[in-house]
Design a protein around this ligand. Structure first.
Ligand SMILES: C[S@@+](CC[C@H](N)C(=O)[O-])C[C@H]1O[C@@H](n2cnc3c(N)ncnc32)[C@H](O)[C@@H]1O
Length: 263
């Protein structure tokens, strides 16, 4: 079921900007100052909209992605900021030696919003991110836990029933794949959704990786209703009830999004 943000790049960019200005930036600001001296790095920047509110506050920004078509869009949307030297947008793998050499120890804030659930080998990737932080730097993560109703990202399906059916992504892999095929989803969509099965992340596993990486949780928030749903579906964001957040494992099923700053 293609939503308007899937079809319209400008709508997607605007949603990123508004969500970042209203939720991501204020969340990060609880534990780190944001101003003209702040260097921000977004991994998985896509259209680059998350970065704009930070540049409006005077920060410099680097956005990196692996998808050429999205980097091209970011270059268009942020053309003014790039021309003014406030932003740099790169199609780059952050594991590349020349990337590490150029950006080692350069950033106050690293942002991964709706990205870590797409990254393989998070146990290796998360500690690697520390290379890019200045002393005292912090990393923001926002992601949907795997067991939440649409944790498989099945909302991208073309067939409405396949897009709105909750939790079938947690069925055994062949069964899930079979249902997607039965729905007539395109091979590429199925491949993308199977990748999310491979990289799935829960609240518990994420916190375990953070600890094993020598990082500390500085601030966290569970959401019953993900702030981005305000822009995507017109729903009012809602923080998770404390009681539900306190129930390990079960909380993953009823928490549509989690925000963390770690450092
Ligand atoms: C769901 S989008 C999120 C975009 C944006 N951060 C936002 O919040 O709207 C995920 C993006 O992460 C990118 N991505 C996934 N793995 C990546 C990696 N290892 N390095 C850089 N980008 C990555 C994808 O290409 C995609 O553009």
């Amino acid at each position: 079921m293609a939503l308007k943000q899937h079809l319209d790049d400008q709508v997607r960019f605007d949603q990123q900007v508004e969500n970042s200005a209203s939720y991501v930036l204020p969340f990060i600001e609880k534990t780190h100052t944001i101003g003209p001296d702040t260097a921000v790095f977004e991994v998985g920047t896509a259209e680059g909209g998350v970065l704009r509110p930070f540049m409006e506050r005077g920060c410099t920004a680097l956005g990196v992605d692996l998808a050429p078509e999205r980097i091209e869009l970011a270059e268009g949307f942020l053309a003014k900021e790039i021309a003014e030297g406030k932003a740099e947008i790169l199609l780059k793998n952050i594991y590349d030696a020349d990337f590490l050499e150029r950006f080692k120890g350069k950033f106050d804030i690293i942002i991964l919003k709706d990205v870590i659930e797409h990254v393989p080998e998070q146990e290796k990737f998360i500690p690697y991110l520390k290379n890019f932080l200045k002393p005292g730097g912090q990393i923001f993560f926002g992601f949907p836990p795997w067991y939440m109703p649409f944790g498989g990202h099945q909302q991208v399906c073309r067939k409405k029933w396949a897009a709105v059916l909750p939790w079938y992504h947690i069925l055994p892999r062949p069964l899930y794949k079979g249902i997607l095929k039965m729905a007539g989803e395109h091979e590429l969509v199925i491949k993308e959704l199977m990748e999310v099965v491979d990289t799935q992340i829960t609240i518990e596993r994420f916190e375990k990786i953070i600890k094993a990486s020598g990082l500390k949780v500085l601030h966290k928030q569970d959401y019953l209703i993900n702030p981005i749903y305000k822009y995507k579906f017109g729903l009012q964001p809602r923080k998770q009830f404390g009681l539900l957040s306190a129930i390990p494992f079960f909380r993953n099923f009823v928490t549509t999004c989690v925000y963390y700053t770690v450092g």
